[in-house]
Design a protein around this ligand. Structure first.
Ligand code: NAI
Ligand code: OAA
Length: 328
């Protein structure tokens, strides 16, 4: 007998990330090749016509796993009984803007949507915020959800997986090892240039990657800036912010959370106080996923250099939390 469909709400469905994301969800790449899905698509009233066009294309793919679609501009409808919510809809950054500039412009969206999710979605809903600044938007949504009290605020995540994947690619290129051989990478902190991609524990076929590279100057002056500023480099090159790679990262994050992962994965999750990060701050941590839940990996040694890097990205996040405190 086939499985009951899972309901996946996607906001910003008419946008460029939406266009890369929806077809892959409908083809089973996110929740499994035996898992039917119902797509619940939210966008602004002026984008409804474009959402209809995307739905026509989804129809034209005749995906066997696509069990239904809903288009709406009402968050209460979009999040009704949702198992998974992908909060993509927000204003993207354009040339010359830092992600922090989006804080107030986009923050307001997430108080409304966090509340609507908590009131309408399944109690064990899994929420991933992609719209920037995604850590603090997830923090705002989790705070709004906490007030309602039905859903688990720890299930409101920010997307650090794109940074994780970017770092993996850079390490594969530097070491000449395939991406598939690399494991135990983590990106700590904020999805911003302050993030700290940490390969001290990373291994490739039994070899420690830090020892293989053995180049502190490359780490500090090339690797970290390349990964941290990759979003801006894509905007510079494409004239638009990253979309297909962002959609791919969202699929990776949810797939691993729902179906489990053999390797460490970086997830932006509300801190439980681990590694001295204040409770509630949505921070990139090394996580493992099993049976539909995630756990922060404990006990990693933090050396002085890492401590300094983590403090910088934490400061940015606590400043963002301070800047939005009136929205909570
Ligand atoms: N966390 C990450 O790694 C990444 C995050 N992003 C962020 O993702 C977001 C979306 O990017 P794109 O798809 O390129 O933007 P886009 O401008 O192509 O699409 C955004 C869509 O969101 C819709 N929207 C705006 N406000 C909304 C609301 N209140 N409710 C529902 N829909 C709403 C717009 O009508 C539009 O259709 C941006 O904030 C961008 O900065 C982009 C890349 C990576
Ligand atoms: O840089 C941006 O504005 C889009 C983004 O988050 C990324 O590509 O990492």
């Amino acid at each position: 007998m086939s499985k009951a469909p899972m309901r996946v709400a996607v906001t910003g469905a008419a946008g460029q990330i939406g266009y890369s994301l929806l077809f892959r969800i409908a083809s089973g790449e996110m929740l499994g090749k035996d898992q039917p899905v119902i797509l619940q698509l939210l966008d602004l009233p002026q984008a409804q016509q474009a959402v209809k066009g995307v739905m026509m294309e989804l129809d034209d793919c005749a995906f066997p796993l696509l069990a239904g679609m809903v288009a709406t501009d009402d968050p209460n409808v979009a999040f009704k009984d949702a198992d998974v919510c992908l909060l993509v809809g927000a204003r993207p950054r354009t040339k010359g803007m830092e992600r922090a500039d989006l804080l107030t412009a986009n923050g307001a969206i997430f108080t409304v949507q966090g509340k609507a999710i908590a009131e309408n979605a399944k109690e064990d809903v899994k929420v991933l915020v992609v719209g920037n600044p995604c850590n603090t938007n997830a923090y705002i949504a989790a705070a709004a959800a906490k007030k309602v009290g039905r859903t688990n605020p720890n299930n409101y995540h920010g997307m650090l997986r794109l940074d994780h994947n970017r770092a993996l690619s850079q390490l594969a290129e530097k070491t000449g090892r395939p991406v598939s051989s690399l494991s135990k990478l983590v990106v700590w902190g904020n999805h911003s240039p302050t993030m700290y991609a940490d390969y001290r524990n990373c291994v490739s076929n039994g070899d420690n990657v830090k020892a293989l590279i053995n180049d502190h100057a490359w780490n500090n002056d090339v690797f970290l800036p390349t990964v941290g500023k990759r979003g801006a480099a894509i905007i510079e090159a494409r004239g638009l912010s990253s979309a297909a790679s962002a959609a791919n990262a969202a699929i990776d994050h949810i797939r691993d959370w729902v179906l489990g992962s053999d390797d460490w994965v970086t997830m932006g999750v509300p801190s439980d106080g681990s590694y001295g990060i204040p409770k509630g701050i949505v921070f990139g941590f090394p996580c493992e996923c099993k049976g539909g839940s995630f756990k922060i990996i404990q006990g990693l040694e933090i050396d002085a250099y890492s401590q300094e890097k983590i403090a910088i990205t934490l400061k940015e996040l606590t400043d963002e939390a301070e800047a939005v405190k009136d929205m909570l």
